[in-house]
Design a protein. Structure first.
Length: 163
């Protein structure tokens, strides 16, 4: 407006445009004022601004996880490695040093199992022999198999006939 002369036709067009923009600004200011009034009435306090609700964190803070991981890395990892090495070294010594009492007991158990196996084998051989004899006709008679003979009953003496 300062560059345009006072009687120029452009000046009147610019003044009309400025009044139009001023009217729009005034309506926007009015809308903002009504919105601010509605917000203050909703909050109960004039001009108050409602803060967003605070987030309630449940459980341990994030620092606890970081400190726990550091503790495990610094303290528990070397301890577990040392324990594993100790177990590994002792396992070879334990396997090589077998107690004599257990060795003697195992050898006795082995002998007992072998003796039982021999006896079972002998029983099996006898069973096979008898089965072969019974399946053959002649062998059954050779071992005394045949018809059963009735046994005679002896009569008991009555008490009256006693001398």
């Amino acid at each position: 407006m300062e560059d345009v002369s006072t009687g120029a036709p452009e000046r009147t067009a610019l003044e009309a445009r400025m009044t139009d923009v001023d009217a729009r600004i005034k309506t926007v200011d009015g809308m903002l004022a009504t919105n601010a009034l509605q917000l203050s009435q909703a909050a109960g306090i004039p001009g108050a601004v409602v803060d967003p609700p605070r987030v309630i964190v449940r459980g341990p803070p994030e620092e606890a996880y970081v400190l726990g991981g550091m503790f495990m890395l610094i303290v528990l990892l070397p301890l577990s490695i040392a324990l594993a090495r100790r177990i590994w070294r002792r396992s070879a010594a334990v396997v090589t040093s077998f107690p004599r009492e257990i060795a003697e007991r195992l050898s006795r158990m082995e002998q007992a199992v072998e003796a039982t196996a021999e006896e079972v084998e002998r029983i099996g051989e006898g069973q096979r022999f008898l089965t072969r004899l019974f399946t053959e006709g002649d062998g059954a008679r050779a071992i005394g198999a045949g018809a059963l003979q009735p046994l005679e009953k002896k009569q008991a003496k009555s008490p009256e006939r006693l001398p």
